[in-house]
Design a binder for this molecule. Structure first.
Ligand SMILES: [Zn+2]
Length: 116
């Protein structure tokens, strides 16, 4: 007797941001898409760019505290892709250079000159 065909139950090969075991909502799920849309509707401009006086659309949703299981709305921040990539790299221990703008102001949102 032939074995019945079974669907592939092996989880997808998670890589990059999906690989973090703390992530509770997969990035490709409808739940995350709804949450993401809600955050970007509330915060349509990149927060880090706005803090530096720049107007840039927010395209990514960042877990501000670095914990991908903390999906509290207060912890989700709209960022542009560039700012999100820099923050994620920094969260993972990379040294990230931001440089200065045309006025000589540091672009790093965490720089003391940019704190309010
Ligand atoms: Zn930005």
């Amino acid at each position: 007797m032939r074995k019945p065909a079974t669907p592939n139950r092996r989880p997808a090969n998670r890589s990059g941001r999906e690989a973090d075991p703390r992530r509770t909502i997969p990035l490709n799920s409808a739940a995350w898409q709804r949450l993401r849309a809600s955050v970007l509707a509330d915060e349509p401009l990149c927060r880090d760019c706005s803090n530096r006086g720049l107007i840039e659309p927010a395209t990514d949703v960042d877990h501000h505290d670095g914990d991908p299981s903390n999906n509290d709305m207060d912890n989700l921040v709209g960022l542009c892709h560039s700012c999100h990539s820099r923050k994620t790299a920094r969260d993972h221990g990379a040294r990230v250079g931001y440089g200065c703008n045309a006025h000589g102001m540091p672009m790093d949102p965490a720089h003391p000159w940019n704190r309010r």
